[in-house]
Design a protein around this ligand. Structure first.
Ligand code: NCD
Length: 308
């Protein structure tokens, strides 16, 4: 069956059947990642541009690793080393890249809608690796894939709490959409100044204190304070925030026994999550990274072979 999507802009573009196909493909790539020789020729001769105009460790590296493990060629471009820093527009940069005929461009940009903007103008696939506050579909896919493996496939009857800076988080937005469609109940929890307006239109329960947010949860996803996207004056101080909203072994006690802890990274230890909890047995933070490679291999495979 052919993969019909040209681009991946957000998870709402995917049906649950598409998501299941991504997960099944990623399952098969998890096995390759455990082999001594972690390379297959599947995408030999295909090329991917990694165009990251915002900082990234996990997303960029895992797309790069994913491309290389499938034998595709990957080329990296960052804002500081590109002509964007000389005033070239995103459109001109994107057209320039397209003229080199890559099969896909993976884009991260601080502007919401940047990925859609170039996807509408280019023939190659565009994969959104995070656009401003708006969406981070590959992160949501890898988070759900990680939970699916931890829970043996079932989301219904599970409660996931997303904790922290919901207002400025593209990870929260994409995860709410995907996790609820997969059947989980989602709560969002954080200080009122870090909750977005019109939350009543989101399919979530809103909790205004940590204890009720965590109570009975099967998983808690901590988010970093998106200080680069926040205006001043939203918080009294980092120390106060950590004391009231930081997840620790003690505050997690209210959750279900064996509740999983997630974090998309980068972690600020001692702020949104206690350092010892981040390293606990029930922490899935490094599993998320490992899953991220397999999920991005699956995405590159599906998008780059869609015309075959
Ligand atoms: C997230 C992002 O960039 O949105 N990180 C990631 O992709 N792993 C979350 C964050 O930066 O806090």
């Amino acid at each position: 069956m052919h993969w019909t999507h040209k681009d991946l802009l957000d998870v709402c573009d995917l049906s649950t059947g598409d998501v299941e196909r991504i997960f099944e493909t990623a399952d098969s790539f998890m096995e390759i990642n455990r082999r001594p020789v972690k390379k297959v020729p599947t995408l030999k001769g295909r090329s991917v541009v990694l165009f990251f105009a915002e900082p990234s460790t996990r997303t960029k590296t895992s797309f790069d690793v994913a491309a290389k493990r499938l034998s595709a060629d990957s080329f990296s471009l960052a804002k500081s080393g590109s002509s964007l820093s000389k005033g070239e527009s995103l459109k001109d940069t994107a057209w320039t890249l397209q003229a080199m005929n890559p099969d896909a461009i993976v884009l991260r940009d601080s502007r919401s809608g940047a990925a859609r903007f170039i996807a509408e103008r280019l023939d190659c696939s565009v994969i959104n690796a995070g656009d401003g506050w708006h969406a981070h579909p590959t992160q949501a896919l890898l988070d759900a894939f990680t939970l699916r493996r931890a829970w043996g496939g079932e989301f219904s009857g599970r409660t996931v709490t997303i904790l922290g800076d919901i207002a400025h988080s593209r990870v929260a937005r994409s995860n709410v959409n995907l996790l609820t469609r997969l059947g989980a109940e989602v709560r969002v929890c954080g200080p009122r100044t870090l909750l977005p307006p019109r939350l009543d239109t989101w399919p979530v329960t809103v909790c205004h204190d940590l204890e009720s947010g965590v109570d009975g949860a099967d998983a808690v996803m901590c988010l970093r304070l998106q200080l680069e996207r926040q205006q001043d004056g939203l918080l009294p101080s980092l120390r106060e925030y950590a004391r009231t909203w930081g997840l620790s072994r003690r505050t997690l006690r209210k959750a279900k026994g064996g509740a999983k802890v997630l974090h998309p990274g980068p972690i600020n230890r001692g702020v949104e999550i206690a350092s010892d909890l981040a390293d606990d047995a029930d922490s899935l933070i490094l599993d998320q990274v490992a899953s991220g490679v397999a999920v991005r291999m699956a995405l590159l495979f599906l998008f780059l072979t869609r015309k075959d």
